[in-house]
Ligand binder design. Structure first.
Ligand SMILES: [Zn+2]
Length: 350
């Protein structure tokens, strides 16, 4: 976002966000306590909460007797978590997931199907729209009760325009996801990079409730990280998956060689286990696949962890150690970068 100076509308929006985030993190609270916690005037909190109550986004919740002044009660306000539902679409290289959840992040249902990047993007988006409509119909959720649609894709996105610029391993060209889905679903659509979207989820529903600074790691077919500083997601993705960790290593999808991803992404892990699994080194895993290592695939990685196979554990420890080292480096570098960016922002742009 471009900083455009102090603007009353921006201040209102940011105060509103702060109130909603506080209620989401700490639960129901009185207007007076909200004002104290956020350093806002009681009048500001009253004004904002009045509008949100009228819109049905907030609700008044019970009363709490103030200890010292008997007889005087304070009304608590909270987020109305049943206000609307949210439709989430997660497009990943192998599978696409559609989920409907309430504002607490509680899932009403989820469905998934194969991602077909070989088809024309429009045709695949048409399938996504049709699946979404069918899913809403099945779960009995009407369009009017849906707040909006959030779409996550790998790779860079133009969030303002709702365009996926280059969804790695899915599409090589820019795809106007937002425009297409907005038209067919008749709902507001936000398109976001997958790692940022997952980090946002962690911020709202996970560890971000009590931690202001986080380094979020995604470990799967791709490896990436997002940095959260002072409760805000740092605008650039931490490309941890493309740190070079091996001289002249295996070729990576980014065009370089020996990136972390070529060693620790799930398909690379599967390959490594296939190469090292023998009757002697990993007896239990070997027995499970009847000596056919071809059956060890990235998609069944979760099953292997439940097996008490020493050799497999050792190999995984090695892989996790490799990720941990990259994470420490990412932490060191990104905290410095974020720090210098904050300094620049407050001193020159203001
Ligand atoms: Zn790479």
């Amino acid at each position: 976002m471009v900083y455009s100076g102090i603007n009353l509308e921006n201040v209102k929006i940011s105060n509103r966000s702060a109130i909603l985030k506080l209620l989401n993190d700490c639960g129901a609270m009185s207007r007076k306590d909200i004002a104290q916690r956020l350093g806002l005037t009681p009048a500001t909190v009253t004004q904002i909460s009045m509008k949100l109550l009228a819109a049905g986004i907030l609700c008044e919740k019970g009363e709490l007797e103030e200890e010292k002044r008997a007889g005087r009660r304070k009304v608590l306000i909270d987020i109305n978590y049943t206000y609307r539902y949210v439709l989430s679409i997660c497009i990943e290289a192998a599978r696409t997931y559609i989920a409907i959840s309430d504002l607490r992040g509680k899932s009403v249902g989820i469905r998934e199907f194969s991602t077909d990047g070989t088809r024309e993007p429009e045709k695949f988006l048409k399938q996504i729209a049709a699946e979404s409509k069918a899913f809403m119909w099945e779960t009995g959720i009407v369009k009017e009760s849906v707040l909006g649609v959030g779409v996550s894709v790998p790779g860079p996105v133009d969030r303002e325009q709702g365009i996926s610029s280059h969804a790695f391993r899915i599409w090589n060209e820019p795809v106007h996801i937002g425009e297409y889905l907005q038209k067919s679903l008749e709902l507001p659509v936000i398109v976001e990079n997958n790692i940022k979207a997952f980090a946002e989820g962690e911020l709202i529903y996970g560890n971000g409730k009590n931690q202001e600074n986080l380094l979020f790691i995604k470990w799967g077919p791709g490896v990436g990280a997002a940095l959260i500083v002072n409760g805000q997601i740092y605008q650039r993705i931490v490309e941890i998956g493309h740190y070079i960790v091996e001289k002249d290593g295996k070729p990576c999808r980014c065009g370089r060689k020996g990136c972390l991803e070529t060693k620790v992404a799930t398909h690379a892990v599967a390959e490594r286990i296939r190469e090292t699994c023998t009757r002697e080194t990993m007896p239990r895993l070997w027995k499970r696949v009847n000596g056919d290592v071809g059956r060890i695939e990235a998609r069944n990685i979760a099953q292997w962890f439940s097996m008490e196979d020493e050799g497999f554990r050792r190999e995984m420890d090695d892989i996790i150690d490799e990720i941990a080292r990259a994470v420490v480096n990412a932490g060191t570098m990104s905290i410095r970068t974020a720090w210098s960016s904050t300094a620049r922002c407050s001193s020159c742009r203001a």
